[in-house]
Design a protein around this ligand. Structure first.
Ligand code: ZN
Length: 167
């Protein structure tokens, strides 16, 4: 326990630490933070999905909240046009292509993750939807801490330090 010096609310450019549990519509746990390692993120820089950042805005340290987030504010609607069959020959150097495997492909400036949906001798069916596309997400969140971001963190648009990313 430590004394709180002043109230700091969750808002843009603050570093926020959260404990969270993410469930799908069936109540299955999809993801959660480790008990002793809250997730730290820089608010307002697109580091969390839009719907979760909106739910956290103006919360205080110690606040608990639940948020139900529709696909449009999470990982998008499932887009059937992102499923395509490509020649098996595109997977040169991969001994065995199996359903469920994930590959990275270069897409313009970014890297796209695709998941193998089906395989036969000639073709591999790949799906470029996010694994959680089309899912309504149910979060339970506890705000563990809110602090000012450093200049460098603001510059980079993400958190540094013990809970964040290191250079
Ligand atoms: Zn950085």
């Amino acid at each position: 326990m430590r004394e709180r010096e002043y109230d700091m609310k969750v808002e843009s450019d603050k570093v926020v630490s959260i404990d969270y549990t993410l469930r799908n519509d069936d109540g299955d746990i999809l993801d959660q933070s480790s008990p002793d390692a809250p997730l730290a993120y820089l608010h307002g820089h697109g580091n969390l999905i839009e719907g979760l950042e909106s739910a956290l805005l103006d919360k205080d340290e110690g606040d608990q909240l639940t948020a139900t987030i529709a696909p449009a504010e999470a990982y998008g609607e499932y887009d059937a046009t992102l499923v395509e069959a490509v020649p098996r020959a595109m997977f040169q150097g991969v001994d065995k292509v199996e359903v469920g495997m994930q590959f990275q492909t270069q897409m313009g400036q970014g890297v796209q993750i695709v998941t193998v949906k089906d395989v036969d001798d000639e073709t591999v069916t790949i799906d470029a939807n996010h694994a959680l596309a089309g899912e309504t997400l149910h979060f339970e969140v506890t705000v563990k801490g809110v602090r000012e971001a450093s200049e460098e963190e603001l510059d980079h648009g993400h958190v540094h330090g013990p809970d964040g990313h290191h250079h």
